[in-house]
Every structure is written in structure tokens, then in C-alpha cells.
Ligand binder design. Structure first.
Ligand SMILES: Cc1cc2nc3c(=O)[nH]c(=O)nc-3n(C[C@H](O)[C@H](O)[C@H](O)COP(=O)(O)O)c2cc1C
Length: 186
């Protein structure tokens, strides 16, 4: 199995990354990591959007510029690790979403609506938060919706550790509970 690990963790001692390592250790397959901080993917602008539209009109799906979308579409399983920032996730990850959400590669428009073109059967999203994640989870919830409504990925799963910055919370105990949960579920 070809596993794509999208790493949006930026802190050197990231708790989210620690949970992600546990998840990856439980999965069988070849892991390819996309470290978003190292990739430096820029948001779409007038210039880059125009370039992309031209590539798509000319059906140059194999162009280097579209490599993240191709890689995402071809993965068998996707693991996304992102800390809970400003009620969602780091902007680095939104730039990545812009880079992979490409019609003709990860989804396409049809007479009946949108059809997902991604090969992955499952997307796992992992996050940790300083406080508690509200029910309208704009982190995982957003990726759940992308998987269902755009990419055609049938299953999503969420792992988390919450309350890590709440004063007097026992951070290691919370982390151990999350790690044990991953261990028992995967
Ligand atoms: C820029 C920034 C924004 C954050 N926003 C939130 C937030 O909206 N809600 C929350 O509960 N915690 C928030 N936090 C705290 C982080 O979610 C928490 O420390 C998390 O465990 C960080 O993950 P990491 O250890 O993988 O870096 C924020 C932290 C940073 C640095």
C-alpha cells in the first residue's frame, strides 16, 4: 500500500507529529512524506491560477506544476497531521489543498455533478489542540467534507488529543490515552 503522509506540523516537539508517527507505525505500506514547511507551496494567485487553467485546457496533467495533485490522487491511503490552529489548521495546509484540488486529477465535473477521482479508500486526520475542539470541527470536518464531496474518498477517520495547553492538565497522560486509542483502533 502506498501511504501519503501530509505533515503540517511545524514545531520541533510537535505533539500532533508524535500521534502521526504512532498512526504510521500501525499501518502497513510504503510511506511518502510531504512536509509542508519544506515544500513551501504558495497560495494560488492570478498568475499561478492562469498557468494552471492553461495546463488543464491543454490537458498537460503530467506537468511538474500539478505534481501534488497527481501524488494525492494516486495514494492508496492518506494521513494528514495538522495542529489545531485558529479553530482549524495552519495556512500551509490550505495552500496544499489549493495545490491538490485540481479538476481532471483529484475530481472532475460531470453532467451529474462532481465526481471524485482519488484512489484512496481512506483518509486519516490527526490533530492536537490546546483547548477543546468545538463540535463544528473546521479542521477534521473540512477534510471530511473534501473527501466526501470532492475527492471521492469513502472513509475518513479522526484521532486527536485535546486540552494540551489547559493549565494543570496532565499533558503526558492525555497523550498516552490518545496513543493507546490509536493502538486499539488501528
Ligand atoms: C498559531 C496557533 C494557533 C492556535 N490556535 C488554537 C485554537 O484555535 N484552539 C486551541 O484549542 N488551541 C490552539 N492552539 C494551541 C495548539 O492547538 C496546541 O498547542 C497543539 O497541541 C499544537 O500542536 P503541536 O504540538 O503539534 O504543535 C494554537 C497554537 C498556535 C501556535
Amino acid at each position: 500500500m502506498n501511504i501519503l503522509f501530509v505533515n503540517a506540523c511545524v514545531r520541533s516537539d510537535s505533539r500532533t507529529y508524535r500521534l502521526a508517527r504512532k498512526i504510521l507505525g500501525k499501518l502497513n505500506g510504503n510511506v511518502t512524506e510531504v512536509n509542508l514547511e519544506k515544500e513551501n507551496i504558495q497560495p494560488l494567485t492570478s498568475k499561478t491560477l492562469e498557468k494552471r487553467v492553461k495546463l488543464l485546457i491543454d490537458k498537460h496533467y503530467d506537468d511538474e506544476f500539478l505534481r501534488y495533485a497527481r501524488q494525492f490522487a494516486q495514494a492508496d491511503m492518506i494521513v494528514i497531521a495538522a495542529p489545531f490552529w485558529d479553530l482549524s489548521f495552519p495556512a500551509l495546509l490550505k495552500c496544499y489543498v489549493e495545490a491538490i484540488t485540481v479538476s481532471g486529477i483529484t475530481f472532475k465535473y460531470t453532467e451529474k455533478g462532481i465526481l471524485g477521482l482519488c484512489q484512496a479508500k481512506k483518509l486519516i486526520y490527526v490533530s492536537t489542540s490546546g483547548g477543546y475542539i468545538p463540535d463544528n470541527n473546521f479542521g477534521y470536518g473540512y477534510f471530511q467534507s473534501l473527501a466526501e464531496n470532492l475527492y471521492g474518498i469513502p472513509e475518513t477517520q479522526f484521532f486527536k488529543a485535546e486540552g494540551l495547553d489547559i493549565i494543570d492538565n496532565d499533558v503526558e497522560e492525555i497523550m498516552q490515552k490518545s496513543l493507546a486509542q490509536i493502538d486499539s483502533i488501528l
